[in-house]
Design a protein around this ligand. Structure first.
Ligand code: AMP
Length: 281
């Protein structure tokens, strides 16, 4: 497996793959891999391309009081895990390679960046859209793989690709969960054992909502209130938001009549966890 540290090294590697007639399948990440990341890599591999993964903890998408400095990192472990699932190259740039001094351009997906996590993390999705557009221009993938765990991020990237006419197929991948339902996240390492147990309330609440819809509930406010109530009953949970929105526009809905996203962000101690489910009728 190749470890590529510079834009030029990536371009040369990609060129060699293309000459060999291979498609480029790309998985952008911030590293500290878990089964969620590996599921994207396996899917990229199964789809038949040369798989390249990027590892870059992007400062542009972190707010001033967020966890940029303590975000978990372990390159050697990541390297081994990626290799074990057949990844052929890792793009592992440093800060200066991505944002050399004098860097000044940002891109913004205007409406999809506003609700949900955009409200509590101003500037976050501008940081995401900017780094992903840069990575797409560096790697020039045929396909790129994104987890539905970060549903709003996925929608922002889909819109970016459409608006900027990027010739890239975005492949959404399902959320990978721990056996007790907690969505896998690099940030789960922040949880104390008590917080880790308490955090299972998130998936249970989403499952409750899903079951309600399956048994005919169509009132978005009732679903939202029910999820809020269940999470609020867990004393270690501090709710950032629970929202019931259109799965495409991410705007609030009153009734469940189309594919609808139930999305939440909740703090447990220092960890801010997100989770969601899409209910279709
Ligand atoms: P991150 O390293 O957290 O930026 O995540 C990199 C990619 O992995 C993103 O597309 C995420 O949506 C995806 N991902 C993270 N956690 C999960 C999960 N539990 N299940 C599926 N995909 C995930």
């Amino acid at each position: 497996m190749e470890i590529l540290r510079t834009v030029n090294e990536v371009r040369q590697w990609v060129q060699a793959q293309r000459v060999a007639g291979r498609a480029i399948h790309f998985v952008p990440t911030m590293g500290y891999f878990h089964e969620g990341h590996l599921s994207l890599m396996r899917r990229a591999k199964a789809d038949g391309g040369a798989v390249i993964v990027s590892i870059f903890v992007n400062p542009l998408q972190f707010g001033a009081n967020e966890d940029l400095d303590r975000y978990p990192r372990d390159f050697e472990r990541d390297r081994q895990m990626a290799e074990s699932v057949g990844v052929e190259a890792i793009f592992y740039p440093d800060m200066a390679e991505m944002y050399p001094s004098g860097y000044q351009t940002e891109v913004r997906v205007k409406e999809l960046s506003k609700p949900l996590c955009g409200k509590s993390r101003p500037g976050h999705f501008e940081g995401v859209a900017t780094v992903v557009l840069k990575l797409f221009n560096i790697v020039t993938p045929n396909r790129a793989y994104f987890g539905m765990k970060d549903y709003q991020q996925l929608r922002v990237i889909q819109q970016l690709v459409r608006d900027m006419n990027l010739p890239i197929e975005i492949v959404p991948c399902p959320i990978v969960r721990e056996p007790d339902g907690l969505a896998m996240s690099s940030r789960n390492v922040y949880l104390t054992p008590e917080e880790r147990r308490a955090a299972t309330v998130l998936y249970r609440s989403l499952q409750w909502a899903q079951a309600q819809v399956e048994s005919g509930e169509r009132d978005a406010q009732k679903l939202r209130a029910g999820v809020l109530e269940r999470i609020a009953a867990e004393p270690r949970a501090r709710i950032d938001y629970v929202e019931v929105v259109d799965a495409e526009t991410l705007l609030p809905v009153e009734r469940i009549e189309r594919p609808t996203l139930i999305a939440l962000a909740v703090f447990f101690g220092r960890a801010r966890l997100i989770d969601n489910c899409v209910v279709a009728i």
